[in-house]
Ligand binder design. Structure first.
Ligand code: 5GP
Length: 208
């Protein structure tokens, strides 16, 4: 049996990764890798579904025992991908999707060169800021921090990712990621330049 594809989806906070990933999971038989994190749950988040919410001690134990496929710090919290479940699902021939930030994506690529890295781009920086503020669950200081990180991530993404997908029209972004999962070698549609305008009319929320 051939292994499943390890698909890494990164992109700045607020770009709509969760919306895209949820739809791709619904349209394919891919499974989601539930990360462990030391950050507190947001309202509505379920332990074991959205994240495994763990204390600093448990997180360190996982790292020290080699139980993390990758891990990184983001916004003052630690996030990591538990190795065991990912390898088990891939071994069974099923695709696995990771929603992780750039450092983690690079670690995965180094460890598993066959992994496929997708970076979701916002249609513009101002649209990203609007989406972050619309979420209403993040403080102003945290939004500023996330925007600063986003600037660095979007520069880094140009060189390091296999595919750049612009989440302007949500349905379009979803179908591009589904195509990439089906055939990881297809060229990215929008890798030439960072777009500054967008007129998509998504039928699902672009805000994550
Ligand atoms: P949030 O706190 O908004 O859920 O996530 C913040 C950032 O952490 C997002 O960019 C998300 O992709 C990233 N992230 C979530 N889980 C992991 C993980 O397991 N590893 C890494 N490296 N990043 C993660």
């Amino acid at each position: 049996m051939s292994e499943g594809t390890l698909l890494v989806v990164s992109g700045p906070s607020g770009v709509g990764k969760s919306s895209v990933i949820d739809a791709v999971l619904a349209e394919t038989n891919a499974r989601f890798s539930v990360s462990a994190t030391t950050r507190a749950p947001r309202s509505g988040e379920i332990d074991g579904v959205d994240y495994r919410f763990v204390g600093h001690g448990e997180f360190s134990d996982l790292v020290n025992s080699g139980g993390m496929l990758e891990w990184a710090e983001y916004g003052g919290h630690r996030y990591g991908t538990p190795r065991g479940p990912v390898l088990e699902i891939l071994g069974a021939g099923t695709h696995v999707i990771l929603d992780i930030e750039n450092d983690g994506a690079h670690q995965v690529k180094r460890a598993y060169p066959a992994s496929v890295l997708v970076f979701l781009m916002p249609p513009s920086r101002s649209e990203l800021e609007r989406r972050l503020r619309a979420r209403g669950d993040t403080s102003a200081a945290d939004i500023d921090r996330r925007l600063a990180v986003a600037d660095e991530q979007m520069i880094d993404a140009r060189d390091c990712y296999d595919h750049l997908v612009v989440n302007d029209d949500l349905e379009g972004a979803i179908s591009q990621v589904v195509s990439i999962l089906g055939d990881p070698a297809i060229p990215a549609a929008d890798s030439a330049a960072f777009p500054h305008t967008g007129s998509g009319s998504p039928t699902r929320s672009n805000t994550e």
